[in-house]
Write a protein that binds this ligand. Sequence first.
Ligand SMILES: Nc1nc2c(c(=O)[nH]1)N[C@@H](CN(C=O)c1ccc(C(=O)N[C@@H](CCC(=O)O)C(=O)O)cc1)CN2
Length: 284
Amino acid sequence: MATILDGKALSKDLKIALADKVRESGLSPKLAVVFDPKNDGSRLYVGMKQRAAAKVGIATEDIAVADDVTTEAVLKIVADLNADPSVTGILVQAPLPEAVNDQQVFSAIAPEKDVDGLGAFNQGMLFGDQPGEYAVAATPQGVMTMLKHYDIDPYGKKAVVVGRSQLFGRPMAALLNNANATVTLAHRYTPREMLLDSLKDADIVVVGVGIANFITGDQIKDGAVLVDVGMNVVDGKATGDIEFASAEKKASFITPVPGGVGPMTIATLLENTFAAALNQEKNQ
Ligand SMILES: Nc1nc2c(c(=O)[nH]1)N[C@@H](CN(C=O)c1ccc(C(=O)N[C@@H](CCC(=O)O)C(=O)O)cc1)CN2
């Protein structure tokens, strides 16, 4: 039976430690959150982020955009936030309304305020293995923190990342590559047989495709580490992309859904926000 990678418990500890650091720093970090209030998921996640930020001493400012907002209008909002010295971090909750080019907006955020690490500059630094002071996307960074906490070292391992979104798969593959794993990045155009072939000898599998129970226990190697980034609703219940019941019998470690990667995403965003405020203070 696998050990559970308990993101809920770990994120709680990280937030307690972060609250102390924020208090001791004497800084007043402020996170501006640009989001689409008509999107149910965004409303839920932004609410969770605001409540968690308040608990660790990070202020938030919400900027709800209208249904018919244009890319240009959101770029103007971001430019104003970039220029506002009271705002130390900017988060654009994806997805924005359909007409908006999310990636263009992410890349307009000043790199030192890009606490979600989704802009081209921050992603470029990550891909060059030199993130330094520039934040890395919260979901994959949270996965790496969780692996480290449980002493799982990707060095020399075979890792398969399933899903190549800007939010998760691409930065996840880069982080595992930077940590010296040999990485396969599979996606919707990877033939099923090719994916199954990669999975059967993978030491670490990280999945985020948004299809409930997409990976099952019979497809993975005995003792594999399984990380589930999926968040689907089946019969009213949060369900991951990995079929937990069959996979936990074969894996050495596995993340649950809920309670795995999701809470780590939020804790990591808050850590990135505090680090950005510290760096801005240091560099001014
Ligand atoms: N700008 C961004 N947009 C989006 C991101 C992101 O990291 N940056 N990620 C996702 C959603 N997301 C954060 O924004 C997120 C998803 C899920 C959770 C979470 O804690 N989930 C809970 C379960 C909640 C439930 O029961 O419904 C869990 O896994 O335990 C946190 C954050 C999309 N957009």
